[in-house]
Write a protein that binds this ligand. Sequence first.
Ligand SMILES: C[S@@+](CC[C@H](N)C(=O)[O-])C[C@H]1O[C@@H](n2cnc3c(N)ncnc32)[C@H](O)[C@@H]1O
Length: 323
Amino acid sequence: MIFYCKKSEQLFVREEGKLTSPLCSVEVREICGHEVSIFAAQAFGVNEFSVKNATELHKNAMNWLHDTHETTEHELRSKLIEEIHLVKNAYPKKILVTSCGEGNDLPYLFKRYPNATFYIQDIAEEMLAAAIQRTKEFDGLIKVFFWLGDACDLPFQDNIFDIVYHFGGLNLFSSPEKGVSEMHRVGAIGSSIIFGDEGIAPFIRECEIGKALINNNPLYAALPPLSAIPPYVEDFKLQYVFNNCFYLVTYRKTDNHNINIDIPHKGLRGGTIRTRFYGQLEGINPSLRDAVFDTAKSLGISRVALLEKIIENGIKGLKDGEV
Ligand SMILES: C[S@@+](CC[C@H](N)C(=O)[O-])C[C@H]1O[C@@H](n2cnc3c(N)ncnc32)[C@H](O)[C@@H]1O
């Protein structure tokens, strides 16, 4: 159990019907025969996911979506699971699923990764209860921790999950960017991260059908929150599903890039990415600048090479007392 208290910077301990840390305590309650840790929960009735017939409404919405886009639930979920191909570790140990809803993806994930430990959450108790119910046949076969909470505030340390999986909730988050940065934070280096939601592709956004779709459901106007992804990722892929109406982002988290900024440019100007960015100097007399350009050309060296030589020699001369 790896629930982590950000306040006391310690793992929670399970004791006396609660999770406790030196500074916090989290209720643990039984829901549909499973222990569920309650970090945060949405109040009853605030939206369609927290009402008595939440699962019926969700099923209706999914059926409408599949009928409209001529897809099936099986095609969608198989495709999503198929896209987790980037993970380096073929035997992922820890998998986080955020906003599981009524658990449509879970049987697919459990079958694909039967030996992993799953941490599965939603913010709506009614949806999480349905997910627990849906996966009853896996009880005792799959190690799983269900929990209620806000996906924008994940109770985990950095860099610990091998797969972080999300589909369909981002547009409902208080901040989709925060949701993505939290998912990225808890993914291990080398982990596979996948998320998607409504967000129509740029090439149909302005077409009549694009406008009609956005008019029908304004969430279709959402853009994938790509700016929330930190710079170090590899095998990044943005694609669209549901007739280009939902974005789907997959990538692997890394801790560095392979960009060599010290490769010299050939040609008149010369220099490297490093010198051009980090080595900029003040503006000088334009006629002196032209003289540098002409001299470099006549000597057959780059402007950067000439400038570096002149400055090096000039500084050395000044230090030696020459003016
Ligand atoms: C449209 S459903 C999708 C559910 C499921 N992933 C699927 O693909 O069928 C969106 C889910 O996101 C959940 N959700 C919304 N805001 C959330 C938040 N801040 N943290 C966690 N879950 C959230 C809702 O309760 C709901 O179950």
